[in-house]
Design a binder for this molecule. Structure first.
Ligand SMILES: [Zn+2]
Length: 168
């Protein structure tokens, strides 16, 4: 079967809660084995010698699976900017860098609770100083993203048909 390799499918639990993002290969395997059914397609079809299948955008499992914990998403430039909506924590402007609140040069660790999105101007101005040394404050307490935020931060795609299923 010919498959668009970059295509990704949103997989929902039988309860319609989002579970994860899977490759099209995995999506087709789930559908062919009867483990999932297709909720949304984009109109394109996958063809093999014996069968054809709508290209799945959203799948739902036919049986509910219990998921104890989501895989943790690591703080990277992309995931931190996504968590903070690309807003600079210090001036509220557009952010394109990640700032370590407690600078790494002063023992700050690279973890969710010590990173915020920042514009390059604020990042440069702050440099390796502490917030109280320059009279700045954080508008929120940085935390690791949870639930749907973690799911979206961990996926590289922003598929419009998914949004209806990702409402928290
Ligand atoms: Zn800024």
């Amino acid at each position: 079967m010919l498959m668009p390799v970059t295509h990704r499918t949103l997989l929902l639990n039988a309860s319609l809660e989002p579970l994860c993002v899977v490759s099209v290969h995995r999506a087709v395997t789930l559908v062919m084995s009867g483990k999932a059914s297709i909720l949304e397609t984009d109109g394109r079809e996958l063809h093999s010698e014996r069968t054809s299948l709508p290209l799945p955008l959203v799948l739902c499992l036919t049986r509910y699976v219990h998921v104890p914990m989501r895989k943790a998403v690591a703080p990277t430039r992309r995931t931190v900017l996504q968590r903070d909506n690309h807003r600079c924590a210090y001036c509220g402007g557009g952010a394109d860098t990640v700032d370590h609140v407690l600078p790494r040069s002063r023992g700050g660790r690279h973890e969710w609770t010590n990173v915020v999105a920042a514009c390059s101007r604020c990042n440069h101005r702050k440099a390796d100083r502490l917030l109280h040394e320059i009279g700045w404050e954080l508008p929120f307490v940085p935390r690791a993203p949870r639930g749907l935020a973690a799911l979206m931060a961990g996926s590289h795609v922003d598929e419009p048909t998914w949004s209806a299923y990702l409402v928290a």
